[in-house]
Design a protein around this ligand. Structure first.
Ligand code: ADP
Ligand code: MG
Length: 613
């Protein structure tokens, strides 16, 4: 069986991992790094690059650099309107409330953009592990809806990855933990990343990991901290120079990079210097930014943001019905969990509970994904995962109300059935409208889809017995079916998002990506071949000049013809196939000629004396 990798497809960074003989190996990318920024950049000529190079061009071409795509995947345009103003790239409604990212004259779905990232992760894994990789486990936030999970799977498919399982990030972190700790424990997974904050409380044993509670804020992360610092820097700059730079996007980008760096510095130092020469200019000349940020000021500036994370922890604790004293360890996950102040606040809440920092906070989720991958591949001992749903699921009933079939917090995988009936006499069809959310009225919940069960036999209202079955599978994906008990007639749907891509669109996108890749390969191969043909022609030319006296007239003619043919091929931009053939020919021809000349020089004069043919 081919290797299955685990991927943490993060809002900010992506990491992938493979478990070898029980030990996690983080996959090193082409740049030699363990983290790949989840950033996709396009050059002016439409070339695409992913990761660090893209992140570095963010400053130069903010409109052409896509980041935080995870905020948009599996969502609808109307839902993300407030987020669109936070990014410099263009997000449009491409119809039906579907999100499109417009860059360089092309439009991509968030699934396609995520696929670009996954494709890079896949390639890095192939180079690192030395074999083709086409299977993966991908993690998603626990709060990800059905639609967001589906879209993540679709992104995998576009990238040429069969996504065998989608698992929740906190569960993944707990799984990573199971390979280190061998006894039962109740743990809290505190995940503070770039764009989101999550807290989960789990019971883990050597063979089972059960989620007790989860909470979080999907608009709280390191980016918010950076933005807070940018505002501070801008106001300091204004104080010093009287210039308002807050509207200048280019300046903001520079401030943002400086802010993130300063923030990271302050995780280990007590103060840091921020120096940005030539930030802007006015009539009196260039203006520089120069300031010092102390850890104390930093903490003062961002404390309310950190406080929000703690609020979520309190919610999760209440939901779990556990006292902090019943928690054995808090696992610190996510880059922002390195901030000393947040560690202090976590310690203050979970009094006496040790913080587990034995894993690199950037990598623990990917390690967990790899552990799950290992279980699926049979190389790691199975641990049963009992996750919980983060939403209630139900159907619309009489009075446009929502009846919950699977309440929030139910353990998954789960199957639930509910008997329903008709509301009028001789009703032939019932509409099953699937809803997600906690609200009483159907319209206040998210509509996941609807279908009809038809051909119900005429009967007074309330008599037909229709069994509605909800299933949430191990990926957290919802299936709903309805069956007329009397006739056995059945109808069902896998919930497909209205904003999701159709099967055809996914396949097309995959082919497009593969084609672009092959074109790239062919392009590169042709280029390499052109290069070697050029070198061969140059060598042959030299050979002709140096050995003219030893060559027969016919040979000189043939050689000149060969040179001409070669040059023509280069001028006419021959394809790889033709170039390969030419290169082979030139190789053989020169070898043959050289051999003839060498043997002539070594012996019989008769060769040199041969006259014109
Ligand atoms: P995500 O899960 O969103 O992809 P990560 O877990 O990789 O994100 O965390 C990225 C965030 O962590 C960024 O906002 C980054 O600035 C922040 N971060 C990374 N290292 C540090 C550090 N040493 N101190 C403070 N924040 C950090
Ligand atoms: Mg993360």
């Amino acid at each position: 069986m081919s290797k299955i990798i685990g991927i943490d497809l993060g809002t900010t960074n992506s990491v992938s991992c493979y478990i070898e003989q029980g030990e996690p190996r983080i996959i090193i990318n082409e740049e030699g790094a363990r983290l790949t920024p989840s950033t996709v950049g396009f050059s002016k000529d439409g070339d695409r690059f992913v990761g660090d190079i893209a992140k570095r061009q963010l400053l130069m071409y903010p409109e052409n650099t896509i980041h935080s795509i995870k905020r948009f995947i599996g969502r609808q345009f109307s839902e993300v309107r407030s987020d669109t103003s936070k990014v410099a790239f263009k997000i449009v409604d491409i119809g039906d409330d579907t999100i499109g990212i417009e860059v360089g004259g092309k439009t991509y779905t968030p699934q396609q953009v995520s696929a670009f990232i996954l494709q890079k992760v896949k390639k890095s894994a192939e180079d690192f592990l030395g074999e083709p990789i086409d299977k993966a486990v991908i993690t998603v936030p626990a709060y990800f809806s059905d639609r967001q999970r589906q879209a993540t799977k679709d992104a995998g498919r576009i990238a040429g990855l069969d996504v065998l399982r989608i698992i929740n990030e906190p569960t993944a972190a707990a799984l990573a933990y199971t390979i280190r700790r061998k006894s039962a424990a109740t743990i809290a997974v505190f995940d503070f990343g770039g764009g989101t904050f999550d807290i989960s409380i789990l019971d883990v044993d050597t063979d089972v990991a059960e989620v007790k509670a989860t909470a979080g804020n999907n608009h709280l992360g390191g980016n918010d901290i950076d933005n807070r610092l940018v505002d501070w820097l801008a106001s300091e700059f204004k104080k010093a120079n009287g210039l308002d730079v807050s509207g200048d996007r280019m300046v903001r980008q520079r401030l943002l990079e400086a802010a993130e760096k300063a923030k990271m510095d302050l995780s280990t130092s007590l103060e840091t210097e921020i120096h940005l020469p030539f930030l802007t200019a006015d009539e009196s000349g260039p203006k520089h930014l120069q300031t010092v940020l102390t850890r104390a000021t930093f903490e003062f500036l961002v404390e309310d943001l950190l406080r929000k994370a703690i609020d979520e922890c309190e919610k999760a604790l209440i939901e779990s019905k556990l006292e902090t004293t019943e928690i054995d360890e808090v696992i610190m996950v996510g880059g922002s969990s390195r901030i000393p102040k947040i560690q202090e606040m976590v310690k203050a809440l979970f009094v006496g509970v040790p913080l587990n920092k034995s894993f690199n906070p950037d990598e623990v989720v990917a390690v967990g994904a790899a552990v799950q991958a290992g279980m699926l591949g049979g190389t790691v001992k199975d641990v049963t995962l009992l996750d919980v749903t983060n939403f209630s699921l139900g159907i619309e009933i009489e009075g446009r109300r929502s009846a919950k079939l699977i309440p929030k917090g139910s353990t998954v995988p789960v199957v639930r059935t509910q008997m329903v009936s008709t509301v009028v006499d001789n009703q032939k069809t019932v509409k099953i409208h699937v809803l997600q959310g906690e609200e009483e009225l159907a319209k206040d919940n998210i509509s996941l889809g609807e279908f009809e069960l038809t051909n119900i036999q005429p009967a007074p209202r309330g008599v037909p017995r229709i069994e509605v079955t909800f299933t949430i599978d191990t990926d957290g994906i919802v299936n709903v079916s309805a069956r007329d008990v009397r006739t056995g007639a059945q109808q069902g749907i896998t919930i497909h998002s209205p904003s999701g891509m159709s099967q055809q669109a996914i396949d097309d996108a995959r082919h497009q990506l593969q084609q672009a890749d092959e074109d790239d390969e062919i392009g590169k191969e042709a280029q390499d071949l052109r290069h070697s043909v050029e070198k061969q022609l140059f060598a042959l030319e030299n050979f002709l000049r140096d050995s003219k006296l030893s060559l027969k007239k016919r040979e000189i003619f043939d050689t000149e013809q060969a040179l001409k043919r070669g040059r023509m091929a280069l001028v006419k931009k021959a394809d790889a196939e033709a170039l390969r053939e030419l290169s082979q020919y030139l190789n053989n021809y020169q070898a043959h000629l050289k051999q003839r000349v060498d043997s002539a020089a070594g012996g019989s004069i008769s060769v040199a004396l041969t006259g014109p043919e």
